[in-house]
Write a protein that binds this ligand. Structure first.
Ligand code: TYD
Length: 217
């Protein structure tokens, strides 16, 4: 089967991580091999960079370069080989997060981010960049996300930002999603079960829940 690249996006506290196990089970039940990963991270080098990105103060260009350096290693070592094998790649965040957090949240130049995106996601011999086939965008008002996060755990560098930062991140996601058919907007303010139903309906509606050849539905 053809590989499928699925990403989950949204502001901190939107609840995306709580659906990854169910997504994996959904695809495995259809006989698909699943590679699960996250960004920043997904390789030993990228996980080391993640620690720096999430804990160290740095200017927005340094942050963007580190995020894309981590992404390059992840794309080359994990994502591309998994897609070539025909896996479903479930990735908690990808480049849309960079446009939302570094571009929207930190106000960094989107043209520079687009250049880095082209360098990092270009495919040998192909015009089109590597992009997710489908991006599940958990859309939630920043005020509600902040309430959900409050007291949950020790916040990292981004999670401890004020609500205005997350308003800009949310606007960054909305701008990135506009007119991009790969985005599925999920109303993440709904109860967890209703959120899951939206996800399942979106995948089914796009014909992404077919079984792998020779396995039970
Ligand atoms: P997150 O995915 O929320 O992981 P966890 O659930 O373990 O906290 O954390 C990753 C953080 O990194 C999140 O605050 C968003 C940020 N981030 C960026 O700023 N730019 C990026 O390109 C990516 C992938 C993440």
């Amino acid at each position: 089967m053809k590989g499928l690249f699925l990403t989950l996006e949204g502001i901190d506290g939107a609840g995306k991580s709580s659906h990854i196990d169910a997504l994996e089970a959904l695809f495995r039940a259809r006989g698909r091999q699943v590679t699960r990963s996250r960004e920043p991270g997904g390789t030993p080098l990228a996980e080391t960079l993640r620690g720096l990105i999430l804990e160290q103060p740095m200017d927005a260009l340094t942050e963007s370069l580190l995020v894309f350096a981590a992404r390059r290693d992840h794309v080359v070592r994990v994502i591309e080989p998994a897609l070539a094998r025909g896996d479903v790649v479930l990735c908690d965040r990808f480049t849309d997060a960079t446009f939302a957090y570094q571009g929207g949240g930190r106000g960094f130049d989107a043209a520079v981010l687009s250049t880095l995106e082209r360098w990092v996601q270009s495919k040998t011999g192909a015009e089109a960049l590597l992009q997710p086939d489908i991006t599940i965008w958990f859309d939630l008002a920043p005020e509600i996300a902040a309430e959900r996060l409050a007291g949950a755990r020790v916040p990292d560098k981004f999670e401890s930002q004020p609500v205005e930062f997350f308003r800009r991140v949310a606007a960054g996601y909305a701008a990135r999603a506009a007119g991009e058919p790969r985005f599925v907007r999920i109303d993440a303010a709904r109860p967890r079960e209703a959120v899951w139903q939206q996800i399942e309906a979106a995948l089914a509606g796009r014909g992404l829940l077919a079984s792998a050849a020779g396995s039970a539905p």
